[in-house]
Design a protein around this ligand. Structure first.
Ligand SMILES: [Zn+2]
Ligand SMILES: [Zn+2]
Length: 388
């Protein structure tokens, strides 16, 4: 939906869009959210526990920034402390998203760090001082290009040949220098970005207006065999607990308007101040202070996640050792594919030129988007809850 609105196209985003397209959309959403966040939180209030609001808020405030920043900003800037925190936050997301392998790999890395820290091992200082050098990006990128330019039926000799040609072509640019016309990225144009960001702001404000109108109407759907899903009223979709916030995966299902510690109303008219924290659980300030400003429901879920994934990894590793000694069986291709869940990074970008060419010719596009923003803002600020 965002793609259709922002790029003014009737064409829906493909099922497997190019990583570049995803990146552009996420960047636009992030910049738009930065601008309108105070307006949105001002309207919904600091203890809104509406399921749909929490769903979108988490996505914009946590998942999207973690996904965008962890490598390109935190890792590449060499900011060690923030990078480690980013790895832990990414692991939390993988845990409640129930991702295979990714819910274990960051734990292996963090475990190494804590071990070296405990032993005061010199490698830790090397890592801290030269973080950017410890990247497997060139290898990953090379793998992606080889995957992109080869087929699943290629033999090992053919793959080796393709890899050598790709490697040689990295240094021989005479053909490209002569015949390929270098174009400035369409997104390098500041006006284009301003226009697209403005449109993303309009899109988000309209989405939040609809959520506000249907406040309290999203519901928990209990399916067969204890399975719980959530029906989001204005987006009109049903989502699983893993698509919600961390708190929805904990043992304590968060209540819609009560304190998750004392179970009394968060807003009980006594003027008690309350807070809804990032996991979605909400507490009276006084209850939260008693808990040492920690959400024990979610802390328990994370601790259990660490325990279960570590023991699962250890048991897998021990089985691997046994099967190796029993027979020299070939690695299972399906496992290799599943382990490598990254999409190719060098896919062709389609249509962007055409879409932005229309904007470029239309000098009225930016003023029109600004006008649409003012209307959307007024509508959002005046939105009322629809009573059904
Ligand atoms: Zn309380
Ligand atoms: Zn919590």
């Amino acid at each position: 939906m965002e793609c259709q609105y922002v790029f003014s196209t009737s064409k829906a985003l493909s099922i497997s869009p190019s990583p570049y397209r995803i990146f552009v959309l996420l960047e636009l959403v992030r910049s738009a959210w930065k601008e309108i966040r105070p307006i949105v939180t001002g309207k919904f209030g600091k203890y809104c526990k509406d399921i749909e609001f929490l769903f979108l808020f988490e996505l914009l405030d946590n998942t999207v920034p973690v996904g965008l920043d962890i490598y390109s900003t935190l890792f590449r800037s060499g900011d060690w402390k923030s990078y480690i925190e980013g790895v832990f936050r990414a692991w939390c997301i993988f845990l409640w998203f129930e991702r295979r392998n990714y819910n274990k790999a960051p734990l292996v890395f963090l475990s190494d760090i804590f071990y070296w820290n405990q032993k005061n091992h010199p490698i830790l200082n090397v890592l801290k001082d030269h973080l950017v050098k410890f990247t497997d990006y060139p290898v990953e990128n090379m793998h992606s290009i080889i995957r992109w330019q080869s087929s699943s039926t290629d033999t090992s000799q053919q793959l080796s040949k393709i890899a050598k040609v790709i490697n040689a072509r990295r240094d021989i640019n005479v053909f490209e220098d002569t015949f390929v016309v270098q174009k400035k990225s369409i997104y390098a144009d500041k006006d284009n970005m301003r226009l697209l960001t403005k449109k993303a702001q309009v899109f988000l404000l309209e989405t939040f207006s609809k959520i506000y109108q249907r406040l309290g109407q999203s519901s928990i759907v209990k399916g067969p065999g204890k399975k719980i899903t959530y029906k989001l009223a204005s987006l009109d979709i049903i989502v699983d607990k893993k698509q919600m916030l961390l708190g929805f995966s904990s043992e304590h299902l968060l209540s819609s308007d009560k304190c998750d510690q004392c179970h009394r109303l968060l807003c009980d008219g006594t003027g008690k101040s309350s807070v809804v924290i990032a996991c979605g659980h909400g507490y009276h300030e006084s209850c939260f202070t008693l808990l040492n400003k920690k959400c024990y429901h979610c802390e328990n879920f994370l601790k259990l996640g660490i325990k279960n994934n570590v023991s699962s990894l250890l048991s897998r590793l021990s089985k691997l050792d046994k099967s190796k000694s029993k027979s020299k069986s070939k690695p299972n291709l399906q496992e290799i594919i599943e382990a490598d869940e990254d999409s190719p990074q060098n896919q062709r970008i389609e249509n962007e030129d055409d879409i932005l060419e229309v904007f470029r010719k239309n000098k009225q596009a930016l003023p029109k988007a600004e006008q649409a923003y003012s209307i959307a803002l007024e509508k959002f600020l005046n939105a009322n809850v629809t009573i059904i």
